[in-house]
Design a protein around this ligand. Structure first.
Ligand code: CMC
Length: 427
């Protein structure tokens, strides 16, 4: 039965249809609101707004559930590798053997970057933040592939998507090695996505590089956990940029820019800085008090989430991966000790309980990256490598939607009403 929400304004009642999804909250369809009432809806930060239909990722923030195409994240981490998950996100189903083989082949076929793209790196200072390099170099890809510019041709969209998924690890590892004054690496096909990335990051031409399977497994898990997260800030940015029919590589560069901020993907870097600032377990309560103080801008980084009002399921998996890596590498990192105790304190504190603030994925990811020898400035870069599959899957879904329109929000104007330029304004 069709349901409607009734909305009465100045004695006039309009009926707004309610649309049901497969799970999660239903939505009030306000597309005709302006036409029928002359009113806009007001929702800065989109806290109550569904911006699109999507079949890709589902989050139940109250229960702490994350599904990719219906599969729980825990099961995907246990039973699949990153490229299988990437295939799932992009095509809707897990691949069979031959689909997996041909997807892997296509991705490895595209891992090299154009030799001319390599010269872009020289234009950056050695101390440039690698996310700045990523925004620039991924944006520059839009100048290289003239054979995939028709975004309404599914085959051209597919090749652009495969190029992005394949080249991101290469571009990221090049940014890392550039900052260290090392030769820019080349990919090695035949390795898994995670192994190839680790090799490009850490191998040097003068020495043989042994891939540690425990580290490669941890990296694969990190990639899966960060692969998609429905309409977050960077994905919405990619969708909004793509809604104007912009070049796909440029759209992904806009997603990287949005991801960089400390309220989004940059939080993992901020967590490490915060843990260092805390310094010892003895200081934890002081920092918790600061986080609760309204007059102090300090927040517990890696805590809280717009959607999760429960433990972020990715954080739980990351916490375990962290322990596995530390045990395997026999690492004793005081920052992990501080993090574990900080979590224990915070989740028992009435402020955090009342506001439903739990550790998010970024709380433990920085600690694991540290153990793998990855510096903080690269944390968000790795997030962007993983999230590229989510961005391209969501971009494809949007472009393929026949009802797709350019994204064009309106505003509640609060500036001056029409006025005249005074003749004596210089005096
Ligand atoms: N520490 C202390 N107080 C907090 C925190 C925190 N980390 N997060 C939220 N609050 C408080 C906030 O002060 C506010 O209090 P009040 O209601 O009294 O004004 C209340 O909780 C709600 O916060 P909000 O900022 O209105 O919530 P939001 O949904 O807009 O923000 C968030 C979500 C993730 C930006 C925020 O929780 C935050 O800044 N966390 C720290 C940064 C972080 O870890 N970001 C990573 C997000 S997960 C990775 C990703 O998916 O990108």
């Amino acid at each position: 039965m069709k349901r409607f929400a009734k909305f009465t304004i100045d004695g006039k009642t309009v009926e707004l249809p309610i649309i049901e999804g497969t799970c999660g909250p239903d939505v009030v369809d306000i597309r005709n609101l302006y036409q029928e009432t002359g009113l806009f809806s007001f929702d800065p930060g989109f806290t109550s707004t569904a911006s699109c239909f999507s079949n890709i990722t589902y989050i139940d923030g109250d229960k702490g559930v994350l599904l990719y195409r219906g599969y729980p994240i825990e099961d995907l981490v246990e039973k699949c590798d990153f490229l299988e998950v990437a295939f799932l996100l992009m095509y809707g189903e897990l691949p069979n053997f031959s689909q997996k083989e041909s997807f892997e082949q296509s991705i490895s076929h595209h891992t090299l970057v154009h030799e001319q793209l390599r010269s872009f790196y020289q234009g950056f200072r050695r101390d440039a933040h690698p996310m700045a390099i990523m925004v620039g170099v991924v944006g520059a890809l839009s100048a290289f592939y003239h054979d995939s510019l028709d975004i309404y041709d599914p085959a051209q969209r597919e090749v652009a998507s495969h190029r992005l998924i394949a080249k991101m690890p290469t571009i990221a590892a090049m940014a890392f090695n550039y900052s260290r004054g090392r030769p820019l690496p080349y990919p090695q096909n035949g390795l898994t996505y995670a192994q190839n990335f680790l090799k490009m990051m850490f191998a040097i031409p003068s020495e043989t590089y042994q891939i540690n399977p425990v580290i490669a497994k941890a990296m694969d898990i990190i990639f899966i956990l960060h692969a998609d997260h429905e309409q977050n800030a960077s994905t919405s940015t990619v969708r909004l940029a793509g809604s104007s029919q912009a070049n796909p590589f440029a759209c992904i560069a806009s997603g990287i820019a949005a991801l960089w901020g400390p309220a989004h993907g940059g939080a993992n870097e901020a967590v490490i800085n915060m843990l260092k600032q805390i310094g010892t377990k003895a200081n934890i309560s002081e920092f918790i008090e600061r986080a609760k103080n309204k007059n102090d801008s300090f927040r517990l980084m890696g805590f809280g989430h717009r959607v999760y009002k429960n433990y972020d399921p990715r954080a739980r998996i990351m916490r375990k991966a962290c322990h596995d890596v530390f045990k395997h590498l026999k690492i004793d990192d005081p920052l992990l000790e501080i993090a574990l105790e900080l979590e224990e304190f915070a989740i028992k504190d009435p402020y955090f309980i009342e506001k439903k603030l739990y550790p998010n994925v970024d709380f433990y990811s920085g600690i694991i990256f540290r153990a793998l020898g990855i510096p903080p400035s690269m944390f968000t870069v790795i997030f962007s490598v993983a999230r590229t599959i989510g961005w391209v899957a969501q971009w494809n879904e949007m472009i393929a939607d026949p009802g797709q329109k350019i994204g064009r929000p309106r505003q509640l104007y609060s500036g001056n009403v029409k006025r005249k330029i005074e003749d004596n304004r210089t005096s």
